[in-house]
Design a protein around this ligand. Structure first.
Ligand SMILES: Nc1nc2c(ncn2[C@@H]2O[C@H](COP(=O)(O)OP(=O)(O)OP(=O)(O)O)[C@@H](O)[C@H]2O)c(=O)[nH]1
Ligand SMILES: [Mg+2]
Length: 531
């Protein structure tokens, strides 16, 4: 029954609404967001005026007798009751009691006010009764004024008459959408003096059944007559109970929040365990790695290693040619010291690689959004693709910022290089020595003593061993260099892939996961809005 149950935790429900609002902006339909903002703002404003007053509106179609009932309740012909339809075009307020309702009426924007004082009806102290223009008016301004106040008041008294009580326009446009507000609604079937007792019962039964079918069973139906005064004491008693309870404002706002939660709940149907799968993560990282040119880069790392090893450890007799060749890492402007601030000269992703990235992004968002209602699929897709245009730059930065190991020179290069020069030096010494011997022999001078090692002359040994060992050392170093290059390439690939998977997390997967958790938070907050 009207206003006997206390809605609990309106403050918590309004907090939940604020949270929903935060999560809704940029995600939900702007119309719904605007409605939610309006309800939140209205709640804040209405609660600021406190619960001392209960604002009740007499609403309904033209000629139903709103102004007549208003006058009846006030006890004076304050509002014009006329033959001309519609009669009332601006809302009119009557205030019972001594408490100042000026600011509340200013907020309601009702300038026509009548103050009745506390006497002679103390039980209605705090009642602010509004006579509204007709909600179904041919005058648009009347309709807007009535609708504006229907949105703001604490308690709605719908005044129907025997001719138009089932009027489809009124029911579809106002009563049906207010089903969640039946707790703060009262239906008065006015002008019952015009009905025979049987017709009156039939009419009331019919109206009650109609309201029930519209989900408004909780709204009490009172028969009344503004002409004979029939039913007015009951109406006055219901109003007095509500005024005394001082709960109508809170209940109205609670009903607004509930109705809004009902609308928002559309976004919360469906399964709740969506996540980015490991397979999607792997395929995205794979597509991004390919687009970043990981193959080309690791190939260049291996090539640079081999070339640099040859320059450092190769047989000096032939290794000088390696200095003429361009370093593959330098050619791609891959720095020894990684820095995200410089660009490489990698060619950028091909059309095919871009298409693979697009597919991987679509797979991630499709899986994450599967089974979810709008706006989540759209929000998730937007999150997944938010960095799509910047992706080539981001990938290049990732490559430039990865330590590819190009700055590291293995110790054995230096040792082998030194050894190569020593061997070359020995060969050169042997050669010069032999040359001197040849000159001495040619000049027919006595041969100097020739040291031997076993049966072999030392200079010959120096020349031959210097050359042969240098050559052999170069071959061994070449073998090591090939293994080293393959290892470096693998390390570079691992480094790049982990950097790129980090990038995928940052710019794709985390934004998608943020949307999924936003959805969970949103739905939890919507549930809390219901109280
Ligand atoms: N018989 C009878 N006539 C009524 C009753 N209530 C109102 N009327 C008449 O119905 C007509 C319209 O009444 P109003 O009070 O002006 O109706 P309203 O709902 O304020 O109409 P608008 O201001 O145009 O929206 C008037 O002629 C009233 O005398 C009633 O209970 N019984
Ligand atoms: Mg009127």
């Amino acid at each position: 029954m009207l206003l006997t149950r206390r809605p609990t935790g309106l403050a918590d429900r309004l907090d939940a609404l604020q949270e929903v609002l935060k999560l809704s902006r940029e995600r939900l339909d702007p119309v719904v967001v605007a409605d939610a903002e309006q309800i939140a703002a209205k709640a804040g404003e209405r609660l600021r005026f406190g619960e001392a007053h209960t604002v009740v509106a007499l609403a309904g179609a033209t000629g139903s007798g709103k102004s007549s009932l208003f006058n009846m309740l006030v006890g004076e012909p304050l509002s014009t009751v006329g033959m001309r339809r519609p009669t009332t075009d601006v809302a009119h307020a009557a205030v019972w009691g001594s408490q100042d309702a000026t600011s509340l009426l200013d907020w309601l924007e009702v300038p026509r006010r009548h103050l009745l004082g506390a006497e002679p009806e103390p039980e209605l102290d705090g009642l602010v009764l509004l006579d509204l223009p007709d909600v179904d008016s041919v005058q648009q301004s009347n309709r807007l004024e009535a609708e504006r106040l229907v949105e703001r008041v604490d308690l709605l008294v719908w005044v129907l008459d025997p001719q138009k009580y089932a009027d489809a326009a009124l029911h579809e446009r106002y009563l049906l959408p207010l089903a969640a507000h039946s707790d703060i609604m009262l239906i008065v079937l006015n002008q019952v003096d015009r009905l025979s007792p049987e017709a009156r019962t039939g009419c009331l039964d019919d109206l009650t059944a109609l309201l029930k079918s519209e989900g408004l069973a909780a709204a009490p139906v009172l028969p009344a007559s503004a002409r004979t005064g029939d039913g007015i004491p009951s109406l006055r008693a219901v109003l007095a109970r509500n005024v005394a309870a001082k709960q109508a404002a809170v209940r109205r706002l609670a009903a607004d929040v509930s109705a809004l939660a009902e609308r928002l709940d559309d976004a919360c149907v469906g399964t709740t365990n969506q996540a980015v799968t490991a397979a999607d993560r792997t395929s995205l990282t794979g597509a991004l790695s390919a687009a970043a040119g990981v193959d080309v880069v690791s190939e260049a790392v291996a090539g640079a290693y081999r070339l640099r090893a040859r320059r450092a450890t190769g047989w000096p007799v032939t290794a000088w040619t390696s200095r003429l060749r361009l370093d593959p890492a330098r050619r791609l402007r891959l720095r020894d010291e990684p820095s995200e601030l410089v660009r490489t000269s990698l060619p950028g992703p091909s059309a095919l690689q871009r298409a693979h990235v697009d597919n991987a992004l679509r797979r991630v968002s499709d899986h994450a959004a599967s089974g979810l209602p709008q706006p989540w699929p759209q929000a998730i897709r937007r999150a997944a693709t938010s960095s799509q245009n910047r992706m080539p730059d981001l990938l290049d930065q990732a490559v430039a910022g990865t330590d590819l190991g190009l700055g590291r020179r293995p110790h054995w290069w230096r040792a082998a290089g030194t050894m190569q020069w020593l061997l070359l030096g020995a060969a050169a010494a042997g050669l010069i020595w032999l040359g001197m011997l040849f000159l001495v022999a040619w000049l027919q001078l006595p041969a100097p003593p020739l040291p031997r090692w076993g049966r072999l002359p030392v200079p010959t040994l120096l020349l031959v061993l210097g050359l042969v060992l240098g050559f052999v050392l170069a071959q061994i170093c070449g073998l090591f260099a090939r293994t080293g290059a393959a290892r470096r390439a693998r390390q570079a690939r691992r480094g790049l892939e982990s950097r790129i998977s980090q990038l995928a997390d940052e710019v794709v997967l985390e934004p998608v996961e943020r949307e999924l958790s936003a959805r969970l938070e949103f739905c939890a907050a919507v549930a809390r809005m219901r109280g």
